[in-house]
Design a protein around this ligand. Structure first.
Ligand SMILES: O=c1ccn([C@@H]2O[C@H](COP(=O)(O)OP(=O)(O)O[C@H]3OC[C@@H](O)[C@H](O)[C@H]3O)[C@@H](O)[C@H]2O)c(=O)[nH]1
Length: 360
């Protein structure tokens, strides 16, 4: 009996709860409330001609978006770039010619390019070329061998920025292309602090490749003919793997650049980063440091001071020499090309050092 009674009282409580909920309970389910308030919202819309105002607003908005493209065509013409479309832009814009409206900040925008080591001899000439063709350029340099004087003519140019930064530390920027030149390149400079040289080549390249991967930028590594070491093949083709001393005085640079190349290819294979590798042969031109210990600098400095030229060894060792503007044209052409992997940039004609001394 007790049990039965309990059951009855429970049923009674449930009936009470159900009744209460549909009548006056403040905790009544939302769905019931919604059904009741629907006509009220329609009433709200119909009152005081609110619906009419909404329709007029939609009409004005649509008219603006129809007329706006016509107006923008009447504005000043966009600057015409004669160079080939580059990948960063192509990736955003999609294949084929860009037509119709494009979102602000994407359509017709210039390339943003980072040049690490842009205050150096080669870097500053590269920056000049990129600025001249209409790009926005950010230079990163720690001024170990680079000099502000190489870029002073660009100060005040709104498309140019200079950041004092060492690439062994990470940096975050939003760009389309990265030219990675930062590293002391003459034997006296790279032997001055060999641990720092190899750190720059490994950590610096790792950081810039990481940045390229993160932001989807194309990456060009400036490597060197020194990756061939003391070559056993002449001339050296890109397919030659070299003859390098891993423990010599030059190894910090030779092996550093070889590791940098390895990293670039691993980022390409493993993370899909678009990489270019330029193996740069001896280069000369304005803004070379007269005290960098290279043969052209030394011969020029000695000739200016009317001193005898110092030829090391028997002078029969050969080198090729290219003018800096030719190298810069090659770097840009390589970046714009679809060639992945190493590419020699130099003059095919070789001289012995004795021959070079005779023409100086
Ligand atoms: O006063 C000198 C200087 C150098 N030399 C000789 O000239 C030759 C060229 O030496 P450099 O120091 O100019 O240049 P290297 O060819 O050794 O290295 C160069 O190679 C390619 C680049 O990537 C490197 O950054 C660059 O340093 C060497 O055989 C050197 O012994 C002289 O005979 N007299």
């Amino acid at each position: 009996m007790k049990q039965l009674h309990k059951q009855t009282s429970l049923n009674h409580r449930r009936e009470e709860e159900m009744l209460g909920s549909s009548e006056t309970s403040p905790y009544s389910p939302k769905s019931i409330k919604h059904t009741r308030s629907l006509p009220r919202s329609i009433n709200y819309l119909l009152r005081e001609q609110r619906l009419l105002f909404i329709l007029v607003g939609i009409l004005i908005g649509s008219t603006f978006f129809i007329i706006q493209p016509t107006l923008s065509r009447l504005g000043p013409p966009e600057p015409v770039h004669t160079f080939l479309p580059r990948t960063g832009l192509a990736r955003f814009a999609g294949p084929g010619p860009r037509t119709g409206r494009v979102p602000v900040g994407i359509g017709g925008r210039r390339q943003r390019i980072v040049v690490t080591g842009g205050a150096g001899f080669v870097g500053s000439h590269l920056v000049d070329k990129l600025i001249a063709r209409g790009d926005d350029v950010i230079v990163i340099d720690n001024f170990f061998t680079g000099r502000k004087e190489n870029l002073v003519h660009l100060f005040g140019n709104p498309r140019f920025e200079l950041i004092r930064h060492d690439v062994v530390e990470p940096i975050l920027l939003e760009v389309d292309q990265i030219y990675h030149l930062a590293c002391p390149a003459s034997p006296v400079h790279y032997k001055y602090n060999p641990v720092k040289t190899i750190k720059t080549n490994v950590m610096g390249t790792l950081n810039m490749l990481g940045l390229a991967k993160r932001i989807g930028a194309r990456f060009l590594l400036t490597s060197t003919s020194e990756v061939y070491g003391d070559p056993l093949e002449h001339p050296q083709k890109e397919t030659y793997w070299g003859n390098v001393n891993p423990i010599g005085e030059r190894s910090c640079y030779d092996e550093g650049k070889r590791t940098a190349e390895t990293l670039a290819m691993d980022y390409h294979r493993g993370a899909g980063v678009e990489v270019r590798i330029a193996r740069i042969f001896n280069t000369y031109g304005p803004r070379m440091c007269l005290d960098d210990g290279r043969v052209v600098s030394n011969f020029v400095a000695q000739a200016i001071r009317k001193q005898p030229l110092t030829v090391y060894g028997d002078g029969k060792q050969t080198r090729s020499f290219q003018y800096v503007s030719d190298l810069v044209n090659g770097l840009v052409a390589l970046m714009e090309s679809e060639h992945v992997g190493p590419f020699n940039l130099g003059n095919p004609g070789e001289f012995t050092m004795l021959e070079l001394a005779q023409v100086s």
